[in-house]
Structures are given as structure tokens and as C-alpha cells.
Design a binder for this molecule. Structure first.
Ligand SMILES: [Zn+2]
Length: 157
């Protein structure tokens, strides 16, 4: 068994879609980034790469690469799952915490879990997603952006 941890932050920007775990969430702001800026999926990808000892998201999918402009982060996650299997690893489970003052995460949790489980090819119960606020403190509390944390467990296939 191997464990990995991931963390990511993206700032809010106008005229962007808000995508979290592959689900589009209705909100007047989206997240800024080279890809779809899916902060939660990015944290999960870093947790998986960390568990496998395969570096980080920026190394595999650099911002400088036009190929990844506007790309769905679920495509990147799919690539990472392939990398895991090429390296003899199998996904076990993941736990994500999404830190946002607004919008509320809980109504979208099931849809998010379904998207991730579909890409990973795991049971729904192997993914857990939690939404948290920071009690109006800090950049997340001021509604300047969203942070996400993830831990993932993998095992030798
Ligand atoms: Zn990111």
C-alpha cells in the first residue's frame, strides 16, 4: 500500500466556467487556469502521482503546453490512472476536501463522485468528497478562490 497527498489552489475569475471534479457548477465566477482549472481533480491527480512516486501534475501536464489549454482535467486524470497501471499500481480509494466559502459543494457531491469513479474505474464508495468553508477567513473565506486537498491510497496491482 502507498499513500499520496495533493493540494491545489485556483483563483476565481469572471467569464470562466466553474468545474469541480468534472461537474459544471452554476456560479457567477469560474476558476482561472490553463486547463479547465478543476482544482479538486488537480489535487487528486497530485495525490495519485505522489503515491506512485511519479512527481507532480506540472511535470506531466505543463502550463506551457498548448495541448492542455482548456482541456478537461478528467482527461488528465485518465492519463494518470493509465500511468499508475503502467507502473504496476491499482487505485484503492481517495478522500477530497474542497475549501470554498461559496458556492455550496454538497448538492453536487454525488455527481462529482460519479464522474471521478467513472474515470478511475472504481466503486462510488472508494471516493469521498467533503466541502468546507474557512469561516470567512483567508483567501477562500473572502471568496477569492478555491483550495482543494486530497489523499489517495494505491496498491501494487
Ligand atoms: Zn490546478
Amino acid at each position: 500500500m502507498r499513500v499520496g497527498f495533493g493540494f491545489d489552489v485556483h483563483r476565481f475569475a469572471p467569464e470562466r466556467k466553474l468545474i469541480l471534479c468534472g461537474v459544471e457548477i452554476p456560479y457567477h465566477l469560474g476558476l482561472l487556469g490553463h486547463s479547465d482549472a478543476d482544482v479538486a481533480t488537480h489535487a487528486l491527480i497530485d495525490a495519485l502521482l505522489g503515491a506512485a512516486g511519479l512527481g507532480d501534475i506540472g511535470e506531466h501536464f505543463p502550463d506551457s503546453d498548448e495541448k492542455y489549454r482548456g482541456v478537461s482535467s478528467l482527461i488528465l486524470l485518465e492519463e494518470v490512472i493509465k500511468m499508475l497501471s503502467q507502473n504496476g499500481f491499482k487505485f484503492v480509494n481517495a478522500d477530497l476536501t474542497i475549501v470554498a466559502e461559496k458556492p455550496k459543494i454538497s448538492p453536487y457531491r454525488t455527481a462529482m463522485k460519479e464522474k471521478l469513479a467513472q474515470v478511475i474505474g472504481c466503486p462510488l464508495a472508494a471516493i469521498n468528497i467533503k466541502g468546507k468553508t474557512t469561516e470567512k477567513l483567508g483567501f477562500t473565506g473572502r471568496g477569492e478562490g478555491i483550495a482543494a486537498y486530497a489523499v489517495a491510497l494505491i496498491t501494487h496491482a
